[in-house]
Write a protein that binds this ligand. Structure first.
Ligand code: C2O
Ligand code: CU
Ligand code: CU
Length: 507
């Protein structure tokens, strides 16, 4: 006698289970594949440039008798027609979307009357500005709905393209994405003496790049599945203009690029791969122009580039796929495989001649690290910096006024991050153990760190000291910042110790 046949019900159950499991695996696999394939976006070669680029107006200011230049900013909600016939609810400064360009000169005393006409509390932070911590507009300087906040400081740093945006802890991504951002340009004697294109709105153009997504008429804020970096849009706009073009009438055009997007990293270049000159980074001019054909900017970073155009031609500023060594999964879901046609420049048939770019620009203003008194390490992870999430009432580190420090920042996470420090501009001494490429040789306040990257930064803290008011350092992928990838430092006099942040604010 051989084996006893298994009862039929058992076999049927087995077949059923195997069939179900197979269908399940195929369905999940198919679903993931579908999500993966559909996660990539590109507007390259499909963009019709049909809207003239808006240029944010220069902000009006009053000169008080004591010489203070006074600006007014009103944060308000508005409505804007990004697309014909579709009215979108927005937020803006002094208008429906984005804000005017503030402009001041080194040595000037400025005051900004910030009024919050929004339905909720927010702040205004001066990104890249060297100023007292209590004027910084970080999460401790909340402006209640209906309230006014009037910071004052003296501009004491080199000419640069800075910007301003809200910084309320936990909701910065939402406030910026709705439209609260603007440029703050600084001039100095050096920038005014150099023959760089400097006719604002003519041959010197602000280029505020944001990625957006519409859900009906509304700006979508949702994070799609697997998007660990936060919000990613499916198209870009410049200065709030979709599919923008700009007529230019000069041989050389200076573009002040600002990545004001919540999470997207751009790799700028031109569609025909022409080269351009990088003249400034976050905190101001380089020592000399650098010739590039690609330039990476992560959220919060700025760069000034000068591009030459030929009479009658059209050329497109493009963002290319990200080359940052991301794996196929992270690359796709962090937006690294995406590409965008950003802005079309249309050159007039006859162009005004521009002077040649100067061979040298400015002396370095950031420290070279040789006089550093302190070295600190920062491990970046979405779960926190050095293992800790931001706490409003915890000072993470104390630095001494007038000293230079080296900060070593390592991304030990599987996703891209960047690193921004308030109040200072730093020099990137090393990236992954080697001297940085030309694009990172200028003054920086934000640096991109793909997974496993390490940057060595040198910065000097010139004060003023205030043991009770912290400055922030954080990942500038805004959702990461909101999640607590942020820490606080205070600047103190030698021998002084940190106080307590006013924890009653911002809660
Ligand atoms: Cu642009 Cu702390 O931010
Ligand atoms: Cu900042
Ligand atoms: Cu991050």
């Amino acid at each position: 006698m051989s084996s006893v046949p298994r009862p039929r019900w058992w076999r049927r159950l087995l077949i059923g289970v195997v069939a179900f499991a197979t269908v399940f695996v195929l369905a999940v696999g198919g679903g993931v594949t579908w999500v993966y394939v559909n996660a990539v976006v590109s507007t390259v070669d499909s963009t019709k440039f049909e809207n003239e680029l808006a240029v944010p107006p220069l902000a009006q200011s009053q000169l008080r008798t004591d010489g203070t230049r006074v600006f007014e900013l009103d944060m308000r909600s508005g409505r804007k027609e990004f697309r014909a016939g579709q009215t979108t609810d927005t937020w803006g400064f002094n208008g429906d979307y984005l804000g005017p360009t503030l402009r001041a000169k080194r040595g000037e005393k400025v005051e900004v009357r910030v009024r919050n006409s929004l339905p909720e509390a927010s702040t205004v932070h001066w990104h890249g500005m060297h100023l007292p911590a209590s004027m910084d507009g970080g999460p401790h300087q909340m402006v209640a709905a209906g309230a006014t906040w009037t910071p004052q400081w003296t501009i004491d740093q080199p000419a640069a393209t800075l910007w301003y945006h809200p910084h309320p802890h936990g909701v910065t991504e939402q406030h910026v994405r709705r439209g609260l951002a603007g440029m703050f340009l600084l001039d100095d004697e050096i920038s005014e003496s150099l023959p760089l294109p400097s006719n604002y709105g003519i041959d010197d153009l602000p280029v505020i790049v944001q990625d957006v997504k519409f859900r009906g008429a509304a700006l979508d804020s949702g994070h799609a599945i697997f998007r660990d970096v936060g919000f990613l849009g499916d198209q870009t706009m410049v200065n709030g203009t979709l599919t923008p073009y700009r007529n230019v009438g000069d041989e050389l055009v200076r573009l002040r690029l600002l990545n004001a997007s919540p999470a997207r990293v751009y790799t700028f270049g031109f569609a025909d791969n022409r080269s351009f000159s990088l003249v400034a980074t976050d905190g101001g001019l380089l020592e000399r122009p650098a010739t590039l054909d690609r330039l990476q900017l992560s959220p919060g970073e700025r760069a000034e580039i000068v591009v030459r155009v030929r009479p009658g031609e059209r050329t497109v500023l493009r963002s290319n796929k990200l080359d940052a060594g991301l794996d196929f999964w992270t690359g796709r879901f962090a937006g690294g495989d995406d590409s965008f046609d950003i802005l079309e420049l249309r050159a007039a048939a006859a162009l005004r001649p521009s002077p040649e770019l100067p061979a040298t620009l400015a002396h370095p203003s950031t420290p070279d690290g040789t006089d550093s008194v302190q070295e600190r390490r920062f491990e970046l992870n979405l779960s926190g910096i050095n293992g800790q999430k931001m706490a409003m009432d915890r000072i993470d580190l104390t630095v001494t006024r007038g000293t230079t420090e080296n900060w070593i920042v390592h991304n030990n996470d599987g996703m891209p991050h960047n690193f921004h420090v308030h109040d200072v501009q730093y020099r990137v001494l090393e990236l992954n153990g080697t001297p940085p490429s030309a694009a990172l040789t200028g003054p920086k306040d934000t640096v991109f760190l793909p997974p496993n990257a390490t940057a060595k930064l040198a910065m000097r803290f010139d004060g003023p000291a205030d043991p009770n008011s912290p400055y922030m350092y954080h990942c500038h992928l805004l959702w990461h910042e909101d999640q607590g990838m942020m820490g606080q430092f205070v600047v103190v006099e030698p021998g002084q110790s940190a106080g307590r942040p006013p924890s009653h604010h911002g809660h």
